[in-house]
Each structure stands twice: as structure tokens, then as C-alpha cells.
Write a protein that binds this ligand. Structure first.
Ligand SMILES: Cc1cc2nc3c(=O)[nH]c(=O)nc-3n(C[C@H](O)[C@H](O)[C@H](O)COP(=O)(O)O)c2cc1C
Length: 319
């Protein structure tokens, strides 16, 4: 049996925040995480922006920094600052579909201009001694510049490339086109990280088989099942990993304890609803209760947990 590929926890702005990452790190199983993007606008004040990033947040698991912007000089300066703050790797975001972001020429907008993508990635790679990487979608409106973008990224001096094979226009709608990961793998010399729609160990194995990608990155599948990385690792070790209810309960306790103290109670309830939303959606016995869980307006967080955790306990089965 081959060895387990490097497993990466995906960046997920608004969902995969510090609270989620800390809870995931308490479970473990992944080799590296990527922080959600730090936006580097034209008027960026680099020292204050960079404060959001703590390289040792998940220690001993490394946390890569991700930058999003379109000004090569500023991006290079920000990359330097991230290196100074201890980043072991700095990733360039070429995938964010948000119109406020793409309106500024950053994120997935870079896929419209392979030359600009190349210039930014090269400026970053030349500015630091740690690896610079690119995370991209398959295109903006379509995949007509797919190969150009892949080659532009590789030729900039990046160390590896993560591909989420949907266009910006696809959003998260149609299934990820894994055949594009296979295409990237056959075109590039640098390692390719496969990403998109891995929800189970079987999906992970199928992606590896179909695309021959080098590493795997998982986002939403880990929100629904925080044990997925351990389960993939166990498969490659020739064993199985069956999480218990206690393990899920402990994970939820860490998640609760890591919610920012200053967060208002409603914010905390909404964060719990967001997390439970993913878990409920993944379980047939819970899916019907998802809407009522999401629309329930409790007086406080304790009431919400008292009502929801027993439902979860009853309907949750080991993935
Ligand atoms: C809520 C949310 C926020 C995201 N934020 C980021 C981000 O900050 N940077 C990034 O490169 N990708 C971001 N992504 C994309 C994911 O990293 C990943 O590429 C995508 O969800 C497909 O992988 P998955 O099917 O395993 O979730 C985000 C995705 C979601 C669902």
C-alpha cells in the first residue's frame, strides 16, 4: 500500500476561522492548515493587516498564510511581513469568487490575466525564502485560460499549486471537475494539490486514483466530519478509525471554548448554528431537523445547546 499523502485543511473564510481551526487541531489528523485570506488592498497598512496571522496558532501543526491582492509590490511586501511573522509557506489566492474581491482585480480575477498572476506570484516568490504557492480555480468565466494560468503559476517559481476545479462563475454549484486536476498534474512538474468535493475516505481515494494528484486538501468535508483526516490516515495505515460520540462531543466543547470571549451571544449562537448546519446536513437522521435547528431563536446559548445537543446525539452516527 502507498503512503498517505500530505493532508491539508482548506482555508474557509467565515467558516474555517480560528475557532474552527483550533477545534480541528484538537482532533488532528491533518499535516498543515491554511488560514483564510488576508486581503491586501491598494491602501494596505501592512503591519496592522498582518496582525491577524499567528504562525504558531495550531502548533505543532503549521498554519500557512494566504494573501489576496493584485498589486505585485504590495503583495511582495506583505509576503515579507508574513515570513517575518513566522509563516512557513505563503499562498496566493487566485480563487475567491466574491464580487467585492474580484471587482478589485484580486482573487479569481487574476485568472483573467495569466501575465498578472505570474508577475504577482513571482514578486512574492522572489521576496521571501519560504515556499510561495498558488491556490486557484479552473478559470473565471470559463476554462479557456486554464493551461496558461497553470504554466504562468509554475513559471513564477512557486513550490506547489492547489486546484479547486470550478470556475468563478460555477461558484460551488456544479460538481468539481476532477479531470482538470488530472490535466494539471500531467502538465506541471511541481506538485499538485487536489481539492474539491472530498466528503469521505472513498472520495479521497478516488481523487488520488483519478487525478494522480500529490497532496489532498479538504474544506467543507471536514466541517461536516472533523474526523475525515484521521480516517484517511487510518486507511493508509491499514486500519480504520471510527469516531465515538464522546470524540465529537469533546470537539464541540473545544469549539465552544474557543469562541472569542468578546463575541456577542447571538454571534456565538450563529456560529454554532453554522457548524451544526454542516453536520446535520451530512446525516440522514438529522437532515429533516436542520431547518428547525437553524430557525430556532433561543433566549441564550445554553438554551440552544440544551435543545440541540440531544438531537445531535440521537441522530449522529459515526461517519
Ligand atoms: C465558506 C468558504 C470560505 C472559503 N474561503 C476561502 C479562502 O479564504 N481562501 C481560499 O483559497 N479558498 C476559500 N474557499 C475555498 C475552499 O478552500 C475550497 O477550495 C473549496 O471549498 C472546495 O473544497 P471542498 O469541497 O473540500 O470544500 C472557501 C470555501 C468556503 C465554502
Amino acid at each position: 500500500m502507498t503512503s498517505c499523502p500530505h493532508l491539508i485543511l482548506a482555508p474557509m473564510e467565515g467558516v474555517g476561522d480560528r475557532t474552527f481551526r483550533k477545534a480541528m487541531a484538537s482532533v488532528g489528523g491533518f499535516d498543515e492548515a491554511v488560514m483564510d485570506f488576508l486581503s491586501v488592498p491598494k491602501n494596505a497598512h501592512i503591519p496592522s493587516l498582518s496582525k491577524k496571522y499567528q504562525a504558531d496558532e495550531l502548533s505543532p501543526i503549521p498554519l500557512a498564510a494566504q494573501l489576496m491582492g493584485s498589486d505585485p509590490e504590495l503583495m511582495a511586501d506583505m509576503a515579507k511581513e508574513m515570513e517575518r511573522r513566522g509563516a512557513h509557506r505563503i499562498d496566493l489566492n487566485c480563487g475567491c469568487p466574491s464580487n467585492t474581491v474580484t471587482g478589485n482585480g484580486a482573487g479569481s480575477s487574476l485568472l483573467k490575466d495569466p501575465n498578472l498572476l505570474h508577475t504577482i506570484a513571482k514578486a512574492m516568490a522572489n521576496a521571501v525564502s519560504v515556499p510561495v504557492t498558488v491556490k486557484m480555480r479552473s478559470g473565471y468565466g470559463d476554462t479557456s485560460l486554464f493551461k496558461e494560468n497553470l504554466l504562468a503559476a509554475e513559471e513564477s517559481g512557486i513550490k506547489f499549486l492547489t486546484l479547486h476545479p470550478r470556475t468563478k462563475v460555477d461558484g460551488y454549484g456544479p460538481p468539481a471537475k476532477w479531470e482538470l486536476i488530472a490535466e494539471a498534474k500531467s502538465l506541471l512538474k511541481i506538485p499538485v494539490v487536489g481539492n474539491g468535493d472530498i466528503l469521505t475516505v472513498e472520495d479521497a481515494l478516488n481523487m488520488l486514483k483519478q487525478t494522480k494528484c500529490d497532496y489532498l486538501m479538504i474544506g467543507r468535508g471536514s466541517v461536516a466530519n472533523p474526523f475525515i483526516f484521521h480516517q484517511i490516515k487510518a486507511h493508509f495505515a491499514g486500519t480504520t478509525y471510527t469516531p465515538t460520540w464522546e470524540a465529537l462531543y469533546n470537539y464541540l466543547q473545544v469549539f465552544l471554548s474557543e469562541l472569542p470571549e468578546e463575541m456577542p451571544m447571538r454571534g456565538k449562537i450563529n456560529k454554532m448554528k453554522q457548524l451544526f448546519g454542516f453536520i446535520f446536513k451530512s446525516k440522514p437522521a438529522l437532515i429533516e431537523m436542520r431547518r428547525s435547528m437553524l430557525t430556532y431563536t433561543p433566549a441564550n446559548l445554553t438554551d440552544f445547546l440544551d435543545a440541540t445537543i440531544p438531537l445531535l446525539h440521537k441522530g449522529w452516527t459515526a461517519p
